[in-house]
Design a protein around this ligand. Structure first.
Ligand code: C2G
Length: 133
């Protein structure tokens, strides 16, 4: 069984996330998503709208996703890959090169992002709409 791993906050789920998860799953047979905890989001300078538990439940409902575990630190990736017998690490190309150290442990793939959509854009558009009303 070829196991794939990817990481993220996955807040306010949108087609960019779904496109990433679908293509990640296509690279293997099992997709493990390591989901940023609320505390780790603070480290990343992100404030998710949905709690970790809600974001986890939403991800677990996606047919491409086989398992969701928490991301607490930047440093857990090597042990995550080893402990879960991962074959392929996947991230969007906004992270191009940042995780190449994992090439000693598994294949590393950066996929093109979906243009024109992001959680930040969604939040901004909603705020602008509210101001218009
Ligand atoms: N993504 C994408 N297209 C978009 C938006 C996001 O392909 N329009 C991808 C990102 O490249 C990432 C995944 O969807 O691979 C999740 O995006 P985020 O939730 O923003 O994740 P991020 O904050 O980049 O977390 O340790 C790594 C970090 O946890 C990555």
């Amino acid at each position: 069984m070829k196991k794939v791993i990817t990481y993220g906050t996955y807040d306010l789920l949108h087609v960019g996330h779904i496109n990433l998860l679908r293509r990640a799953k296509e690279l293997g047979d099992y997709l493990l998503v390591v989901l940023s905890s609320d505390e780790f989001n603070e480290l990343k300078g992100k404030k998710a709208y949905y709690s970790y538990e809600d974001r986890k439940q939403i991800l677990e409902a996606i047919k491409y996703v086989d398992e969701v575990i928490p991301e607490y630190t930047w440093e857990q990736k090597i042990s995550d890959v080893q402990d879960n017998n991962i074959d392929v690490f996947v991230m969007g190309h906004d992270w191009e090169g940042k995780f190449d150290f994992l090439k000693d442990y598994c294949e590393v793939v950066y996929l093109p992002r979906t243009e024109g959509i992001s959680t930040t854009k969604i939040k901004g558009d909603l705020m602008a709409k509210n101001k218009e009303q």
